[in-house]
Design a binder for this molecule. Structure first.
Ligand code: C5P
Length: 235
């Protein structure tokens, strides 16, 4: 069955609410993203089992960033879960990324590692303070180059960065911060999911627009209808 090339971010307050979203949408979407809110919760194992049962992909968005030995052993601890995708910060450095990739191999996991370049919440002023580079596009490219040289499997990138990162055509690109439908209040710099997919994103991440809706399945189907020939679906 064709699936919408999207990860649904399960960021609702309760485990039961997140499980409800999985049950409603699993037939139609490629995967689910479990981030801080739902992972650091004493019942996250129930949510993860539900996702595994659904046969959708599990994306653990833990944005690892620590010394190499610590991140390597974090992978040992995640080996029971064996997520399909896992994030780390590229700014953690080469040795940290190598430790993650080695630990994935050692534990015989299928996990694809995705590098976070620059958080979208940081702007030129922040990046100048932290990295002495005001041009965020340049910085993102530099991080992408480092990750690519280490054979990281993919990148998390905003819709604005897809063009700059086009040359890394072997890397999986996952784009969060996208919308499905236009709304009057936030029109200025919105990337729509179908635009991101047409511009090179392998998958998009959609959260609140669907999970906070009373009719997520209806919205998903409506969106599919409106964008029939726009590369939204897996083959
Ligand atoms: O905004 P929305 O609820 O669709 O966000 C879904 C997910 O995408 C969140 O879990 C967040 O981690 C991620 N996100 C991001 N960068 C943004 C917006 C959202 O990484 N600019």
């Amino acid at each position: 069955m064709k699936k919408f090339k999207c990860f649904i971010a399960l960021d609702l307050k309760s485990n039961a609410q997140n499980i409800g979203i999985v049950k409603k949408l699993y037939r139609h979407v490629y995967g689910f993203k479990v981030g801080y809110r739902s992972f650091y919760n004493n019942r996250s194992n129930e949510l993860i089992s539900e996702i595994k049962k659904s046969k959708c992909k599990l994306f653990l968005d833990l944005k690892l960033h620590d010394i190499p030995n610590t991140v390597g052993s974090a992978i040992d601890s995640l080996s029971n879960i064996n997520p399909d995708f896992l994030t780390l910060h590229i700014s953690g450095g080469n040795e940290m990324m190598k430790a993650v990739l080695n630990s994935i191999k050692k534990n015989k996991l299928n996990t694809k590692i995705l590098g976070v370049t620059l958080l979208t919440s940081l702007d030129g002023k922040d990046s100048e303070k932290i990295y002495k580079e005001r041009n965020t596009g340049k910085l993102v490219k530099k991080f992408a180059e480092i990750a690519n040289n280490l054979n990281i499997h993919g990148l998390i990138c905003s819709g604005d960065e897809l063009k700059v990162l086009r040359k890394y055509n072997k890397l999986i690109k996952i784009t969060p911060g996208v919308k499905m439908f236009a709304r009057n209040d936030d029109q200025k710099r919105v990337t729509f999911a179908h635009n991101a997919l047409q511009e090179g994103a392998s998958f998009v991440v959609i959260g609140r627009e669907l999970i906070e809706s009373k009719k997520p399945l209806y919205l998903l189907k409506e969106y599919g209808e409106q964008n029939k020939n726009k590369n939204l679906w897996t083959k």
